[in-house]
Design a protein around this ligand. Structure first.
Ligand code: DGJ
Length: 754
């Protein structure tokens, strides 16, 4: 046996020598960035080092071992003595291979999914990061920790950044990957952040969906091994899922109010990947970042790659608090103009589609003004002359005014809106072209396409190649030129109605694997230019509704269109799902016509308003089709919305009843000082009349304060206590019981502290 093994080894050595001898000379002269192959680089032992990243209530504890490997030991409640972790040893840390690495790399003893995998010029793929130093600096509410790590053989550096938002209990994490060597390298995996948890059970809440059914909730108890949530769609990245999740620890049931919950959301508008890997000890490593799918990213000598931000928050008071943390951070920092109230509006799409004249629009403006709305938005169909945009088959890309349709011009319509006291908005979809357009005829090289292959159409359109700086200039120009059509444009609705298919870029040539990343970075470059020149313009991120809902886009956009499904009953789940991560003021939510254009359902106008009023209220219909009675109700609902919308935009959200768990949906927004609140309640399924007086426990009120409860927009309330005052404690502990038992019963209550 022994002899046999030795013979085998000798045969192998001879074979390798032979292979070396017959290798072409060039191959043997390959650059050797890791050429100290057989003399192991000695790493001096260091003192164990502790790095803590803290917010008002949470703490992330990172500790090095004596080799300088950085571990993530704790993300959760604030500890009084985190330095105790300097004496924390586990068998697993001692080289078992699955240690809780702060930023796991392919290499060393680590054999699970890496955050970072690098292919070096000599084709080796080993990276083992060692701690070199860290700094911490405070600026107002934000403390930034920067940790410098370096591979101990190559010149590859990683800087980990953690921005800790004290009051909101939010930590933003990203990495800078620096190729400090003299040879190019290729990034194979390059996640933004890793987080490690040591719980017994993990209940994961994440999203799924499709066009007109976005943001549906999926929930599962994680098993061992790997769960991945990702998209490869390139654009419209959030139509089928979302780069956001909730993780309830040590429980099998979801709670809005109790237990430890982590929320995470990646600020990236393209391919994303969230992985959840649970090992035999129940340790869970969560990686979040750009999806490495088909995206090997070249990094030249001296170049740095900056990953998108991963937003983390921790709550010990259930999912509700986790959402509120994200919302508060979003309003203060994450959403462009997130601290402002966006105007109510009438959008022309479902009321007029492509068929309108100037008179159609001015009539709609008159009606919008009469109803008390604050803005009119002209949707698709106003542009293109050679191939007029009279349907979705042509004209997209040709952004000159269609003068036969609107001979008086955009400025006339915008000025008319302003003269009636309304703001004016207009629709663009600058990343796209119909094949039947001057743009596609003149710039075929700007289209995303692969040589010799069919360019797959989606909604009769092609995608422009935003990796190309000339296309970026064009897309910026569409925004800029549209703004020049009138000095009275207050709002742009930016649409994006398809995803990437049959990918290929004439511009990228031999570097096709940059496409998915460079596309998103191209979009962000355009948006930065837009914001430099137009800081005050309200820009809506539309994207077919719900397809670009992420904190990468919200850095530049004020709000988004949550779904093309405007059926109020459908919106219950879409808006509930969206509220898990994104604040209500960003959710464009419109009252539309019946039968609904998507579902054909007929829903009472009151129910439609009560749903739309829980976000940024708008209307999406031809007002002329409303009866006098409906107009009166619309006026009333719009008027009362203005009374409490500061709470929708700036209050703390409490989800009271989930549409997934029964026959009701209920939520409320409470003023930060608890002086006022607005409560929305809906019956989504018929119930026996006897059990119709639903007891709903309100939340977030001051238990000792008395609140006057008033049901809005009705002559006769469904709540016997409407008009009376009750203590917050009473309302929060089961005394609040409006009678809602028929499908579509709904009620909105204003609570005013005495
Ligand atoms: C899709 C959007 O979601 C709609 O609101 C509308 O703007 C159409 N595009 C216009 O083509």
């Amino acid at each position: 046996m022994k002899y046999h093994l030795n013979m085998k080894r000798i045969t192998l050595i001879l074979a390798s020598l032979l292979a070396l001898a017959i290798q072409p000379a060039d191959a043997r002269k390959q650059p050797k960035t890791q050429s100290k192959a057989h003399s192991v680089v000695a790493v001096p032992a260091i003192e164990k080092t502790l790095v803590t990243v803290e917010t008002d209530h949470s703490q992330l504890v990172l500790v090095t071992d004596r080799k300088g490997t950085l571990y993530n030991y704790h993300y959760g409640a604030k500890l009084s003595a985190p330095e105790d972790f300097l004496r924390y040893e586990t068998r697993i840390n001692a080289g078992y291979g699955t240690g809780p690495m702060a930023y796991p790399t392919q290499g060393g003893a680590y054999v699970n999914e890496p955050a970072l995998a690098v292919k070096y010029a000599d084709s080796y793929r080993n990276t083992e990061l060692r701690y070199l130093s860290h700094t911490q600096r405070a600026k107002g509410n934000v403390v930034t920790t920067e940790i410098l790590l370096k591979d101990y053989v190559t010149e590859l550096e990683v800087r980990l950044f953690y921005d800790a938002y004290q009051k909101e209990d939010v930590i933003l994490a990203h990495a800078e990957i620096v190729n400090g060597g003299k040879q190019p390298v290729t990034l194979v995996n390059y996640a933004s952040s890793a987080m490690v948890f040591d719980a017994e059970k993990y209940l994961l809440t994440h999203m799924y969906g499709d066009w007109a059914a976005e943001m549906q909730v999926d929930r599962e108890l994680l098993t061992h091994d790997m769960k991945v949530i990702e998209t490869k769609r390139g654009t419209q990245a959030t139509q089928w899922n979302n780069p956001s999740f909730l993780l309830s620890l040590n429980t099998e049931s979801f709670s809005e109010t109790e237990g430890e919950v982590i929320a995470g959301s990646l600020a990236w508008s393209g391919n994303f990947r969230l992985s959840f890997e649970q090992d035999v000890t129940h340790r869970l490593t969560v990686l979040a970042g750009i999806n490495p799918f088909s995206s090997d990213y070249p990094l030249a000598a001296g170049e740095t790659f900056t990953t998108p931000e991963m937003i983390w928050t921790w709550s010990c008071r259930g999912a509700g608090q986790a959402s509120r943390n994200l919302h508060a951070w979003a309003r203060n920092y994450g959403v462009y103009g997130g601290d402002k109230v966006n105007p109510t509006l009438l959008n022309s799409w479902e009321g007029a589609y492509f068929s309108f004249t100037t008179k159609t629009l001015t009539d709609m403006i008159d009606d919008a003004a009469a109803m008390g709305l604050e803005m009119f938005v002209l949707d698709d169909g106003w542009f293109a002359t050679k191939y007029p945009r009279d349907n979705d088959k042509q004209g997209l890309g040709d952004w000159e005014l269609n003068t036969s349709k609107l001979p008086e011009g955009i400025d006339y319509v915008a000025s008319y809106a302003h003269s009636k006291g309304l703001k004016f908005g207009i629709w663009i979809e600058p990343e796209m072209a119909n094949p039947r357009s001057r743009l596609a005829e003149e710039h075929p090289d700007w289209i995303v396409r692969a040589p010799g292959r069919e360019i797959v159409q989606r909604r009769n359109q092609w995608l422009l190649d935003l990796t190309n700086p000339a296309v970026q200039d064009f897309v910026y120009g569409v925004f800029d030129n549209t703004m020049q059509l009138s000095g009275k444009i207050d709002y742009i609705k930016w649409d994006c109605n398809r995803h990437v298919m049959n990918v290929g870029s004439d511009f990228l040539g031999a570097e096709q694997s940059r496409f998915y990343v460079d596309y998103v970075q191209g979009l962000y470059k355009v948006m930065r230019r837009v914001r430099e020149k137009y800081p005050d313009t309200i820009v809506q991120c539309c994207s077919s509704g719900g397809s670009r809902v992420d904190y990468g886009s919200l850095k530049y956009f004020n709000e988004y269109w949550a779904s093309d499904d405007t059926d109020a009953m459908e919106r219950v789940r879409i808006q509930y799902g969206t509220s898990l991560y994104y604040p209500a003021g960003t959710i464009g939510s419109h009252v539309s016509d019946v039968p609904n254009h998507q579902t054909k359902n007929v829903t009472p106008l009151k129910f439609r308003f009560d749903i739309a009023c829980s976000g940024r209220l708008g209307m999406e219909l031809q007002p002329k089709n409303l009866s006098a009675e409906e107009r009166a109700l619309a006026d009333r609902c719009i008027r009362s919305y203005k009374q409490y919308r500061d709470l929708v935009f700036g209050g703390d959200l409490y989800r009271l009843l989930s549409p997934y768990e029964g026959n009701y949906y209920a939520l409320m927004y409470v003023a930060p000082d608890k002086s006022r609140a607005v409560v929305f309640t809906y019956c989504t399924n018929y119930l026996n009349r006897a059990i119709g007086a639903k007891r709903i426990n309100l939340q977030g009120l001051d238990p000792d304060r008395r609140y006057k409860v008033t049901e809005l927009n009705v002559d006769k309330s469904c709540y016997s206590g409407s008009g009376q005052a009750f203590s917050g404690g009473f309302l929060m502990n089961g005394g609040f019981n409006p009678v809602l038992f028929k499908t579509f019963d709904s009620a909105v209550f204003l609570l005013e502290g005495e």
